[in-house]
Design a protein around this ligand. Structure first.
Ligand code: HEC
Length: 191
């Protein structure tokens, strides 16, 4: 299902509509892709900047509690600025709330992990349009908190993770693995 609705194929689906509607719908879809791009890019860069500063301040053992306290509020304030809901989800989530919220979303997540889907996706079949973008382990730094316990992740860091995220599933990653998805939900009347 998501395959049909992702990328250029949306255009194909929409050509079935009457011509007037077609261009209107296509404009709308293009708008969700480009706005999703703006929002996800801004969110990624904000979060990365804050995490880097925290890492420079006190290393991973300081940054984990920092993320525990601040990741949510950072997403919330960006959501307000962009008038949409910005989240991160993962099939192997660290934060217990950040899991896929439907079967469709879980399937999409898995398709990204298995590289059956790459690039951005917009799903608009259940009311509000949702934009997804894969989050890849792109920096060695990510492994300090998401890599192999004992080698990439220091024992003291594991201690912090066990304390703050007792149900953590987000270790054991390697470079270039798909770690999760940006999820940007637009309001139904988004303009
Ligand atoms: C200092 C440790 C640390 C580093 C470095 C780090 N993360 Fe995380 N990551 C966390 C913590 C803690 C959370 C949970 C934050 C929360 O409670 O929302 C998290 C959550 C996430 C999530 C959200 C999904 C989930 O599992 O809850 C993604 C995606 C993610 N990290 C990707 C990355 C990527 C990509 C990098 C490298 C650019 C990275 N992280 C670097 C500690 C880290």
């Amino acid at each position: 299902m998501f395959r049909l609705l992702s990328g250029g194929l949306i255009a194909l689906l929409l050509t079935a509509c009457s011509s007037g509607q077609q261009s209107e719908n296509q404009d709308q879809v293009d708008q969700w892709y480009s706005q999703g791009d703006v929002v996800a890019t801004a969110a990624q860069s904000q979060l990365l900047t804050k995490v880097k500063t925290a890492l420079e301040t006190g290393g991973p053992d300081y940054t984990i509690p920092f993320c525990h306290t601040n990741a949510g509020p950072i997403m919330d304030s960006l959501s307000q600025v962009f008038k949409c809901t910005i989240e991160r989800i993962s099939d192997r989530n660290r934060n217990p709330d950040q899991h896929p919220k439907s079967e469709e979303e879980a399937a999409l997540m898995l398709a990204y992990v298995n590289r059956q889907v790459v690039g951005d996706t917009v799903l608009s079949n259940s009311g509000a349009p949702v934009f997804y973008r894969p989050i890849v382990i792109g920096l060695e730094t990510c492994l300090k908190c998401h890599g192999q316990p004992g080698t990439d992740i220091a024992e003291s860091t594991m201690g912090k993770l066990r304390e703050l995220y007792p149900q953590d599933k987000a270790t054991g990653y390697q470079m270039h693995d798909v770690r999760g998805l940006w999820k940007v939900t637009f309001p139904e009347d988004y303009e």
